[in-house]
Design a protein around this ligand. Structure first.
Ligand SMILES: NC(=O)c1ccc[n+]([C@@H]2O[C@H](COP(=O)([O-])OP(=O)(O)OC[C@H]3O[C@@H](n4cnc5c(N)ncnc54)[C@H](O)[C@@H]3O)[C@@H](O)[C@H]2O)c1
Ligand SMILES: [Zn+2]
Ligand SMILES: [Zn+2]
Length: 370
């Protein structure tokens, strides 16, 4: 079938919205009419080359939609099911899936390779050239063909926008606080970078009962919005937060510091460490340039203060469990997802949406489809 998608042909080029040819879903795949697509910073990392991806790609890895076609033998879904995409597929059979760590599923190793999970192609441009859907999803498209391993069946009555946000950003940010930092009642938590992920981390810390949630962002709009999602204090930089966090904790410093800025660089680790108490945890969630090797860390203090530095992929959780769970919390009024959607865009406005993200106008921009 013919559909329309936003394609990136080379690093730094604009997203090109074009008509593409989409093949029928094969065994183990479904055809989805896209409902909404969230504009995560990781697509920008594909665009600016921070994260190497197989070009040309169809952008987007936060998305929701309705199942309108089934590949041969698919029994996991029915026509009409509502789904959220999962930016990491889960096979259900590998060691990591069996351990409940679906965010570490072995299929993740295929994500930076061309084509679908099996390496073949369902997407072609008008000239017949193969296209790779980003992270095997490509949600910046009116229709998607994706593996059943990348789709999570969700409640029928969740609006498309919130259902898209839990595909990546909300689940990752919330889990950075709840699962990885293991925030508990009365904690002091610092969240560095208050965009989509940081806002979800703030909400996670609040749900977990944190006493102080310090939001750090150079953008005044982000600092102000953070307070509406549960932050109790804010500062423009980690350096400027030192005195504040010290004052809140009798000089002990924060139980955890969660790093969700636009891009993670090695120079951000030491200031995060200095904001963390003895025995405390720094969670590194943001994407770093792929070749980044140098990290500033006071090694003496790190061991002598019994500190932890943890990486965090997809909120360190099992998406098949967590995505419907977070949506049920949204339905119960415990998570503010509608409020995270600052602006909506048409597919044709995808470049405008990313310009707005880079200009700090959005907590999350969302592409909506009819
Ligand atoms: N680990 C994962 O599984 C995972 C999943 C999704 C996204 N990510 C990454 O998480 C990061 C955040 O994504 P997002 O969509 O929330 O981005 P975003 O653009 O919505 O928000 C980033 C925020 O960081 C702020 N910022 C930039 N530099 C800062 C600094 N030095 N100190 C404090 N704040 C700073 C910006 O002003 C902005 O508000 C990106 O690197 C993204 O690629 C990681
Ligand atoms: Zn993402
Ligand atoms: Zn697996």
């Amino acid at each position: 079938m013919k559909t329309r998608a936003a394609v990136l042909r080379e690093v730094g080029a604009d997203w090109s919205v074009e008509e593409i040819e989409l093949d029928e879903p094969k065994a183990g795949e479904i055809l989805v009419k896209t409902g909404a697509a969230g504009m995560c910073h990781s697509d920008e990392h594909a665009h600016d080359g921070t994260m190497p991806v197989p070009l040309p790609i169809i952008g987007g890895h936060e998305g929701s939609g309705t199942v309108i076609g089934l590949g041969p033998g698919v029994t996991e879904f029915e026509i009409g099911d509502q789904i959220s995409c999962s930016f990491i597929p889960s096979c259900g059979k590998c060691t990591w899936c069996a351990r409940g760590q679906q965010n570490l599923c072995d299929l993740g190793a295929k994500l930076m390779e061309p084509g679908m999970i099996d390496g073949s192609h369902r997407h072609h441009d008008a000239a017949g050239n193969p296209l790779t859907p980003l992270l095997k999803l490509g949600t910046f498209a009116e229709h998607m063909v994706l593996s059943v391993d990348s789709a999570i069946k969700i409640q029928k009555d969740v609006p498309a926008g919130p259902a898209a946000l839990v595909s990546c950003g909300v689940t990752t940010g919330y889990g950075s606080a709840v699962n990885r930092a293991e925030v508990t009642a009365g904690d002091t938590v610092v969240v560095v970078g208050c965009g989509g992920l940081g806002t979800a981390a703030i909400q996670g810390a609040k749900v977990a009962g944190a006493k102080n949630i310090v939001a750090i962002d150079p953008s005044e709009f982000k600092r102000e919005s953070a307070m509406e999602f549960g932050a109790t204090h804010s500062a423009p930089s980690m350096e400027e937060a030192m005195e504040l966090v010290g004052g809140l904790t009798d000089g002990v410093q924060a139980d955890s510091v969660i790093l969700t800025p636009s891009v993670l660089t090695g120079d951000l680790i030491a200031p995060a460490q200095f904001l963390t108490r003895k025995g405390g945890t720094v969670v590194a969630t943001a994407v770093a340039p792929a070749a980044q090797m140098d990290v500033q860390l006071n090694l003496f203090m790190f061991s002598m203060m019994n500190q932890e530095l943890k990486g965090c992929l997809f909120g360190s959780t099992a998406p098949r469990k967590e995505i419907p769970h977070l949506l049920s919390m949204y339905q119960a009024g415990q998570l503010k997802l509608d409020e995270m959607i600052t602006n909506t865009y048409t597919l044709d406005q995808v470049n405008e949406g990313y310009a707005d993200m880079m200009a700090n106008k959005n907590i999350r921009g969302v592409i909506t489809f009819d």
